[in-house]
Write a protein that binds this ligand. Sequence first.
Ligand SMILES: NC(=O)c1ccc[n+]([C@@H]2O[C@H](COP(=O)([O-])OP(=O)(O)OC[C@H]3O[C@@H](n4cnc5c(N)ncnc54)[C@H](O)[C@@H]3O)[C@@H](O)[C@H]2O)c1
Ligand SMILES: N[C@@H](CCO)C(=O)O
Ligand code: NA
Length: 447
Amino acid sequence: MKAIEVGLLGIGTVGGGTFRVLQRNEEEIRRRAGRAIRISMVADLDTARAEQVVGGAAKVVGDARAVIANPDIDVVVELIGGTGLAKALVLEAIAAGKHVVTANKALLAIHGTEIFAAARAKGVVVAFEAAVAGGIPIIKALREGLSANRLEWVAGIVNGTTNYILSEMRSKGVDFAAALKDAQALGYAEADPTFDVEGVDAAHKATLVGAIAFGIPVQFASAYVEGIGALQAADIAYAEQLGYRLKLLAITKRRDDLQQQGGATGIELRVHPTLVPAKRLIANVEGAMNAVLVHGDAVGTTMYYGKGAGAEPTASAVIADLVDIARLITADPDHHVPHLAFQPAEMHDTPVLPIEAVITSFYLRLQVEDRTGVLARITRILADNDISIDALLQRPAESDAPGASRTDVIILTHDTVEGRMTRAIAEMQALPTVLAPIVRIRKEELG
Ligand SMILES: NC(=O)c1ccc[n+]([C@@H]2O[C@H](COP(=O)([O-])OP(=O)(O)OC[C@H]3O[C@@H](n4cnc5c(N)ncnc54)[C@H](O)[C@@H]3O)[C@@H](O)[C@H]2O)c1
Ligand SMILES: N[C@@H](CCO)C(=O)O
Ligand code: NA
């Protein structure tokens, strides 16, 4: 059978890994795909470096559009990144009738609706396994392996850079900046690392996961995004004492609890630092590793663990998509797996809930004046807002002046609607005995 001719746009970390793995495992991959998969053309702005990587095994050009214009290319692999030029190139490749593979979660989380519609109209596939949790076949699992289930929620560590930073800070006491530098050197971080640190990259991935899990359009703009930049070492330590670990979780959850007080119907889509019980497997996912928990009504909770970033782990997913395409290249487009798991005409326009409507439990840390009645006032405010306390811990804090006495009060609550908590925090913050901004961290039991 005729080989599949692949054109690579961008041969940096992931592109280089893809080239290497495809060369190394050429024969194994051919036996699976039923035909050879060959990268015959590569575009990169840095043509000299690209020439070095491919060593004469593929034609190298500086202009990505030359790859798209080549009629011999069956599949275009977009590994440039970003949402400007990458979007134009992907749409042009589709218009030229080529299948597309991309690792670009930002592009699909923002422009997925337009891109998938264009691909459907042309009868081509846009495959993106590498875009979520790198080498972990989570798209495959959600879209195919779990298709019997009514999925209820997905929660994952899907950003290697921030998990690496949190792990290094907790276990080795390394400071934030040094840990970030290491993650960049290891090839995990985005071109703009604020996307990692501020939770944006994880939210891109959560957006794709939510769309696939619930059959809703990609709605990145509605996601709640909070990164790890403001976390304080004191809270990592208190969490530990309370039997919890701090992880940056990407969470998407189906909500149709209108009967409950404060209930809502819609989808939760949120990324934020989260306390998870230290005994859970996911709490022990360290370094740049990723893990995704998926809860389905039939299967229960399943967990997927592995490398979510780095050259070859990500290449593993890119090439798996190429193998899928090789297997279906002669199939009727009606036989393609739908991009977002549900048939396009069966998608629902379920809204993403605002963060005020999200239900979680909370960790609060209040720095208060250590005197009679302070605690009573705080617990009264929580009770008045219908928030129930699960645990309360008091720890002496540093005195900043002679005679002044401060104490850290840590409160764990039961589940509550976020809007109530926001109100309660504002009321507590207004107390003259509360001496510093109240720390609020969401908590998930994931049971
Ligand atoms: N690095 C990872 O671990 C990882 C994991 C999953 C997904 N991704 C995604 O994969 C994509 C690529 O990431 P990367 O880490 O390989 O980036 P990278 O910066 O290492 O590589 C990008 C390559 O594209 C080239 N390039 C830039 N503009 C170009 C243009 N106009 N024409 C041709 N080439 C151009 C650059 O010269 C570079 O070689 C991004 O979308 C990223 O989010 C990366
Ligand atoms: N910057 C991302 C790359 C993988 O998508 C991470 O750190 O996980
Ligand atoms: Na993946």
